[in-house]
Design a protein around this ligand. Structure first.
Ligand code: ADP
Ligand code: ZN
Length: 720
């Protein structure tokens, strides 16, 4: 449709801009990295578009789709104002409550509002290409049926709730009837039947004709969650996550916007679902780090769920068997209500946990003498337990948080290690095809930039012929298992095997339906899956996450251990867990052993408090990157100097201390040819911390050259 054609369609006639009195001013937010709205001109006889309606506006030399944002607060100098080209929506695309929520997140994360908008909307709605605009401007895209398909899961309804479930459901229903903000942390051990509680709570909320938003940490988990919710509520449910096609995402989004669905299940980004009246928000596995987006708009969907819940007078349930240290602390300070479910359903017991000390020397000696068939990663205990479990016709889950066949490749003659030329990391060897046996085959892949090169038979440095691979990943485990347990049906679940989402759903469903005997996987298998036939869980190397250079390494390890252990024994038969480790005396193993979250919390919070780490202190990480090392380093130095000055000013006027740590190169000092530096701001006062950050951002234009990129990470998770 041509411009004029569209103008007619929305009843707008072009008006000349001779006398300013004939015009009205309007603010428009466009998806660009700028922190404010742009002001445009609109003729007086045009119906002023409500806040949240899309408009087409010229920006520089091109046209962009922006969102109307009301009358400007201040009258701008009227010289060069451009005219709005078209009004695209007759009613606001975004509900009012969502607009305020987006404004708030934008300011909290210091992220430009237009770009927040671009993340919040399904793809294509802010595209200025004509074809797209005409397709979607009047609501639902009707071209073809693009509703996503849902795999069948379960329509079972338990006959009776357990006593604990009943008490919890009652407490939640009480909260719902108040129709006011009510945050709850539901600490329910694995297998205590949390999903059933969510379903009952959703039912109660829908009965009040209010909306329900259910967040799960990963796409892998939506299969199960959606399965349960569709089984119970059918058509009422919509799904939002990045595994859908663009058309499917738009379709689901408009169904919600038009009030055709009141229950939304999705991953992190579903926090921006266009529900207009939310009564209940569930954040399942609230401790999961996937709720934090790790690039660009670095929001934490769990934290935002509490904000959105507060803005909509909703009950917010954070559910987990291993609550995050910060959420648990909020129950102690009275911010959240704590609800506990300490028992598994149907009188099932938590699995028995055995720690295998890998340091034992005699075991290593026996290794070669007695069983040459046993690879180094497999203890005698785990091998025997696996064999027994398979013989009983039950299932085994093995967890190792590392992909690939070998973690690094090197030349023993000259010591050359194969590294990525663009990132400062070693390359991982992916053997791929199982039939390839030699270390001279497969590919070397960089896990940061994706660079792939053929695995070389010779060392490029000394031409040595004895290139060796070290360290094992899931690929190697799966290959070894096929030799040790011939005939067992083995599958692998990691980012390499599930490049296609469908494969992931199939693997998970196959394991649940017992069409597989052994599943080997990375942290994907630790998520809240319910596998009734699984009775043995093996954790191949607990030390991997424990030795991670982050302040929350122990917390993450506790979560991984307890969660993956929690997959065992969820059916009729009791479960067993074997943890292999070189650090058997670490307190986290004792706590995981006895399923003692509180003991873990006590120890961990002592350490956090002493060092002022979250939740006892707040952090903002400023990241700088660029292709020229000296530029990045100098810029970071200048910003740090100014940060110290600002912090000093705040302190001297009665504020709290804001520590400025750095400038320092990031632990991952170079990724994709970009050098990375950072400054960590730390304080017990969020407002003083934010004041320093705002001060820096207001000087951004003078301080940061165009060759250096600066990113703000509020409440950072990874500091690598
Ligand atoms: P988790 O607390 O780990 O999320 P789930 O919600 O996955 O636990 O529940 C574990 C299993 O218990 C599921 O298979 C579920 O169908 C079953 N279950 C839940 N509630 C009951 C109940 N009241 N009676 C019998 N089985 C139940
Ligand atoms: Zn790389």
């Amino acid at each position: 449709m041509s411009d004029e054609g569209f103008s007619r369609a929305v009843g707008k006639t072009p008006v000349k801009l001779d006398s300013p009195g004939d015009n009205q001013l309007i603010d428009v937010v466009v998806p660009l990295p700028i922190y404010r709205a742009l002001t445009y001109v609109l003729s007086v006889d045009t119906l002023f578009p409500s806040k949240g309606s899309r408009v087409l506006v010229p920006v520089g030399r091109r046209n962009m789709v922006g969102v109307a944002w009301g009358t400007p607060a201040k009258k701008p100098p009227s010289v060069d104002l451009k005219r709005v080209k078209r009004i695209l929506d007759q009613r606001p695309l975004l509900p009012e409550s969502l607009i305020s929520f987006l404004e708030w997140t934008s300011s909290y994360y210091f992220y430009p509002i237009g770009q927040v908008m671009a993340e919040a909307l399904p793809p294509g709605l802010l595209s200025a290409r004509n074809r797209r605009i005409s397709q979607i401007s009047n609501g639902l895209p009707r071209s073809r049926d693009c509703r996503p398909e849902f795999l069948p899961w379960s329509t079972e309804v338990p006959l009776h709730l357990t006593r604990e479930q009943e008490e919890v459901v009652n407490a939640i229903c009480d909260a719902l009837t108040t129709s006011s903000y009510h945050p709850i942390l539901m600490h329910g051990v694995t297998g205590s039947g949390k999903t059933e509680v969510y379903l009952r709570a959703a039912e109660a909320c829908v009965r009040q004709t209010r909306g329900v938003l259910v967040l799960v940490p990963e796409i892998a988990m939506t299969t199960q969650a959606v399965g349960w919710f569709v089984g119970r509520f059918g058509e009422e449910v919509t799904v939002l996550h990045s595994g859908l096609t663009e058309a499917q995402r738009r379709n689901q989004w408009f169904r919600i916007r038009e009030g055709k669905s009141r229950i939304v299940v999705g991953t992190r980004s579903a926090i921006f679902a266009p529900l207009s009246d939310i009564g209940l928000i569930v954040v399942d596995e609230e401790h999961d780090p996937s709720y934090k987006q790790s690039e660009k708009f670095r929001y934490q969907a769990r934290d935002m769920a509490l904000l959105r819940g507060r803005m909509s007078d909703a009950t917010v349930i954070l559910g987990s068997a291993t609550p995050s240290v910060s959420s648990f602390r909020n129950t102690l300070t009275g911010k959240y209500q704590l609800i506990t479910m300490g028992k598994r359903v149907a009188g099932r017991s938590l699995p028995e946990v055995v720690v295998v000390d890998r340091r034992k020397k005699e075991e290593k000696d026996q290794d070669h003498k007695l069983e040459s068939a046993r690879p180094g990663w497999l203890s005698k205990e785990l091998k025997e337990a696996t064999r027994d479990t398979l013989e009983r016709g039950e299932q085994v889950l093995l967890f190792l948080n590392r992909r690939g066949f070998a973690t690094y490749v090197f030349c023993p003659d000259c010591g050359h290690v194969f590294r990525c030329p663009h990132c400062e990391v070693t390359l991982t060897w992916h053997r791929g095809d199982r039939r390839i046996k030699s270390e001279k085959d497969g590919v070397l892949r960089c896990h940061y930039c994706g660079l792939e090169s053929a695995a070389l038979p010779v060392c490029p440095q000394c031409m040595g012929q004895a290139v060796k691979a070290f360290g094992y990943g899931t690929e190697r485990i799966a290959a070894d298992l096929e030799e040790i347990f011939p005939g067992a049906r083995i599958a692998r679940l990691d980012r390499d095997t599930v490049r296609v989402r469908k494969h992931m759903e199939e693997i998970i469903l196959d394991f649940r339906k017992r069409r597989l005997d052994i599943l080997v996987g990375t942290q994907m298998v630790t998520k809240g899956h319910d596998f009734p036939g699984l009775t043995l869980v093996g954790i191949l190397c607990a030390d991997l996450s424990l030795n991670f250079p982050e302040y929350h390494a122990t917390e993450r390890t506790f979560q991984l251990l307890a969660q993956v252990a929690g997959r065992a024994g969820r059916g009729e038969r009791p479960g067993r867990v074997i943890i292999q480790t070189w650090l058997p005396d670490h307190y986290v193993l004792d706590c995981a052993n006895t399923h003692d979250f509180k003991a873990f919390y006590e120890k961990e919070s002592e350490f956090r408090k002493a060092l002022g780490y979250p939740p006892f202190g707040r952090l903002i990480n400023l990241r700088f990157s660029g292709r020229k090392k000296a530029r990045v380093c100098d810029t970071t130095g200048n910003v740090a100097r100014l940060a110290r000055k600002l912090a000093k000013g705040i302190k001297s006027t009665g504020g709290f201390q804001v520590e400025v740590l750095g400038p320092a190169p990031a632990p991952r000092a170079k990724i994709k040819d970009r050098y990375r530096w950072q400054i960590l701001l730390k304080s017990t006062s969020l407002s003083d911390l934010r004041a320093v950050c705002s001060g820096l951002l207001s000087r951004k234009a003078d301080m940061i050259p165009s060759s250096v990129r600066m990113e703000v990470d509020v409440d950072p998770y990874s500091l690598l």
